[in-house]
Design a protein around this ligand. Structure first.
Ligand code: GTP
Ligand code: ZN
Length: 221
């Protein structure tokens, strides 16, 4: 089974300012209890002042609060257990590859606190139980919402699927563009970083590994 995710978030995209609640509460984002919003606001004021800006000018008045909400959203996966999405499984007599490709994500580089964005491809070999396809995307979405490096994102997702599904094999391939390499520093727009984590049969059997990589790399029909 191969599924391709378009990550259509249009349902969530409607922005009705009138429905927006005060302070930290964004229409689509619950308050993140592990985030100290006032402390982030104070820190953002200091940063603005430190670069020579006036945080009290009209255009910047709401910026500290916006940035606090943004970090709360971007780091919402820091204290949670993304593996909970894999708790509900279905008994199914299917032992071939299940692959969900093209799961888009946006994470934060822990070195520069700049986004890295791209796609994750997840395949596993079930051992009598399968999980809802969307749950694989939910795991990626939640693990992505942490400050990290791409390598950690990749193997964290692979480990969760191997452990929680007792999968016989897991392959996770992540491709992404790092803003810290495109908009600053070495400034190489278009550079792509690829990482993979293979577990079980995909690690030990070259034929299985070649098969799953072939499916991941197959151009969309
Ligand atoms: N391995 C790995 N490196 C990353 C990732 N995201 C960013 N980096 C790198 O982290 C490194 C940090 O290097 P430093 O020398 O400490 O920081 P820097 O002076 O800002 O480095 P430059 O980006 O080269 O200017 C850079 O080479 C980044 O490209 C990631 O997900 N994985
Ligand atoms: Zn970086």
């Amino acid at each position: 089974m191969i599924a391709s995710s378009k990550n259509d978030s249009s349902e969530e995209g409607e922005d009705t300012a009138t429905e927006r609640q005060p302070f930290f509460v964004d229409k689509n984002e619950p308050k993140n209890d592990s985030v100290d919003y006032p402390a982030i606001e104070a820190a953002v004021r200091v940063i603005l002042e430190s670069v020579g800006e006036d945080p009290d000018r009209d255009g910047l008045l709401e910026t500290p609060a916006r940035v606090a909400r943004m970090y709360a959203e971007m780091f919402a996966g820091l204290k949670s257990d993304p593996g909970r999405h894999l708790a509900k499984v279905f008994e199914e007599d299917y032992d071939e590859i299940v692959l969900v490709r093209d799961i888009s994500f946006c994470s934060m580089c822990e070195h520069h606190l700049l986004p890295f964005t791209g796609k994750a491809h997840i395949a596993y070999l079930p051992s009598g139980k399968v999980v809802g396809l969307s749950k694989l995307a939910r795991v990626v979405e939640e693990v992505a919402r942490r400050p990290q490096v791409q390598e950690r994102l990749t193997h964290t997702v692979a480990n969760l699927i191997e452990e929680r599904l007792s999968a016989r094999g897991v392959a996770v391939v992540v491709e992404s563009t790092h803003s810290c390499m495109t908009m600053r520093g070495i400034r190489k727009p278009g550079s792509l970083c690829l990482t993979s984590a293979m577990r079980g049969t995909f690690k030990t059997d070259p034929k299985s590994r070649a098969e799953v990589l072939g499916l991941i790399n197959r151009s969309a029909s």
